[in-house]
Design a protein around this ligand. Structure first.
Ligand SMILES: NC(=O)N[C@@H](CC(=O)O)C(=O)O
Ligand SMILES: [Zn+2]
Ligand SMILES: [Zn+2]
Length: 350
């Protein structure tokens, strides 16, 4: 006799290990959606201008705390945006003070607001060495920007051309490959036994490149790294649902106003904060791996970052399709919520 499928699941409160909250009116509009479900989040520093110094991170953290809904216990974990001018001592101080949890590496030009990122990776060697010494992890947007490299190959080429050399020169540096999208990245993480982990987004578990392009272009599915072939999506689902401690959730929820998404040169990013946990439960349920959801969303991340797991829990229940807003209104304009293309039956109890 087969056991009836579960319709109720209690897990430790999840964390989001890769989140864009932006600033100002956008921050105000989107933050409550992450704070409703998540205990902590790694806050991406790609503001304009970027969060480069400890002082800027402290000021940004204050703005986030001020925008939190009453009574929320959400904790932003701050990051610094690595530039060729970053001062290793400033990073060390901010990390020692507990102000900064990680440093983010953007190859210059790879993604939204990455113009101040790194061109010459040798220039950041002293910072990376200092980080290895003090145990401050590096989060990486893993795509090369070389115009000769096809956009669908940019992650795989980054692993060979940039990541492997960095990890060889600084083996003690703890690295998180952010938002992996390929079988290549999954294999690279699996073949490595120390100091390397990867975040996987909600949307990359759900969409492939056909979803972006077949039957008309879908700007709300356009994000970076761009979604790949179906075989890569399947590899991501296998990694996420495997229980392997090196893979954990980083939603990369990246709000842009519809005005900025829906134009001839639209912005990259999917806004998944409001329905991420329902989407993930659906994906894990379909894979018959609900039992691994907690590891992916709530256990593996803190373990890699060396932080305690959350003591609070959340309960998900399965029933009639969940209603979620098609758009979230912000003072900057409406932001469309990620539509997975199927009904979501798992709701998060209040
Ligand atoms: N993922 C995206 O498509 N966009 C992110 C940047 C990033 O995470 O690369 C953004 O800030 O909009
Ligand atoms: Zn990125
Ligand atoms: Zn991101």
């Amino acid at each position: 006799m087969t056991k009836p499928a579960p319709t109720r699941l209690t897990i430790r409160r999840p964390d989001d290990w890769h989140l864009h909250l932006r600033d100002g009116a956008m921050l105000q509009g989107v933050l409550p959606h992450s704070a409703a479900h998540f205990g902590r989040a790694i806050i991406m520093p790609n503001l304009v201008p970027p969060v480069v110094t400890g002082a800027q991170a402290a000021a940004y953290r204050d703005r986030i705390m001020a925008a939190l809904p009453e009574g929320s216990t959400f904790t932003p974990l701050m990051t610094l945006y690595l530039t060729e001018d970053t001062d290793p001592e400033d990073v060390a101080r901010a990390h020692a003070d507990g102000l900064v949890t990680a440093v983010k590496l953007y190859p210059a030009g790879a993604t939204t607001n990455s113009a101040s990122g790194v061109r010459d990776f040798d220039k950041v060697r002293p910072v990376l060495e200092k980080m290895a010494e003090i145990g401050c992890p590096l989060c990486v947007h893993g795509e090369v920007t070389d115009p000769e490299v096809d956009i669908f190959d940019r992650e795989a080429v980054f692993i060979d051309k940039v990541l492997k050399p960095i990890r060889k020169k600084t083996p003690d540096l703890r690295v998180i490959m952010e938002h992996v999208t390929t079988q290549d990245a999954v294999d690279y993480v699996r073949d490595t036994h120390k100091n390397l982990a990867a975040t996987i987004t909600t949307h990359h578990l759900i969409i492939n490149r056909n979803d972006i392009l077949v039957g008309g272009i879908k700007p709300h599915f356009y994000c970076l790294p761009v979604a790949k072939r179906e075989r890569h999506r399947i590899a991501l689902v296998q990694a996420a649902t495997s229980g392997d401690k090196r893979f954990f959730l980083g939603t990369d929820s990246a709000p842009h106003t519809d005005a900025n998404k829906l134009q001839p040169c639209g912005c990259a990013g999917c806004f998944t904060a409001p329905n991420t946990m329902s989407c993930l439960a659906e994906v894990f349920d379909a894979a018959k791996k609900l039992g691994q959801l907690e590891a992916f969303t709530s256990l593996n991340g803190p373990r890699f970052y060396g932080l305690p797991v959350n003591e609070e829990t959340i309960t998900l229940t399965k029933g009639e399709p969940v209603a979620y807003p098609a758009q979230v209104d912000t003072g900057d304009g409406p932001v469309t919520v990620f539509d997975p293309g199927f009904p979501l039956h798992w709701r998060i109890e209040a």
